[in-house]
Design a protein around this ligand. Structure first.
Ligand code: SAM
Length: 183
């Protein structure tokens, strides 16, 4: 891992509670998965200050892919832009500002290899409704906070687990990461 990326990740790990970031283990897992899948197009719902985006974008630099990340809190997304730029990853990231559901439904036309859901937990089911049509067959949905916020995400978990087009597994990572493979 490049020195600037390593030091930026370590610095951001001091404020994970303030910015509601994923765990380091989750970031490392997603980074590996992108490389294993040779994923080219990745979508993230919930940028915050860009901690997870750094893990995603640094893998996409290796696959020559691209991350699109959505956040409605501009101040947080400004921080994310800065960290991504500091780490030389700006060419691999597009930042979109606004409500994830509306942006996906109205503005995104491309098909994605991997979608990471980490925005408002109560909206996971509606996010799934708009993500499903833009996920390629053989693509993957990852969703964080499945065990830490189970009550809030339960309708989503039920829906995707009973959906005939998805093979689903809950991974034993901090906060619980759901992985769903589109058949
Ligand atoms: C858990 S944090 C994301 C953390 C980030 N993925 C990381 O690990 O570094 C969730 C973020 O999603 C944003 N958010 C929540 N609901 C949203 C929505 N409906 N549309 C866009 N952003 C949303 C919040 O402002 C917050 O910054």
């Amino acid at each position: 891992m490049e020195t600037k990326l390593k030091s930026t990740l370590e610095a951001l790990e001091k404020t994970t509670e303030e910015y509601w970031n994923i765990s380091r283990q989750t970031g490392n897992f997603m980074n590996m998965l992108i490389k294993i899948m040779d994923a080219k197009k990745v979508l993230e719902l919930g940028t915050s200050n860009g901690y997870s985006a750094l893990w995603l974008a640094s893998a996409l630099k290796e696959t020559n892919g691209h991350l699109t990340t959505i956040e409605y809190w501009e101040k947080r997304q400004c921080l994310a832009r800065k960290y991504i730029e500091d780490c030389g990853l700006s060419n691999y990231v597009t930042f979109l500002t606004g409500q994830a559901y509306d942006i996906i439904k109205n503005d995104l036309k491309d098909m994605y290899d991997l979608v990471f859901i980490d925005a408002n937990k109560q909206e996971y089911l509606s996010f799934f409704e708009v993500v499903h049509p833009i996920l390629k067959k053989g693509g993957v949905i990852l969703a964080d906070n499945i065990t830490s916020h189970y009550k809030k995400v339960e309708p989503f978990v039920e829906a995707i687990s009973n959906h005939s087009e998805y093979q689903v597994q809950l991974l034993d990572l901090p906060d619980g990461l759901l992985m769903a493979y589109k058949l």
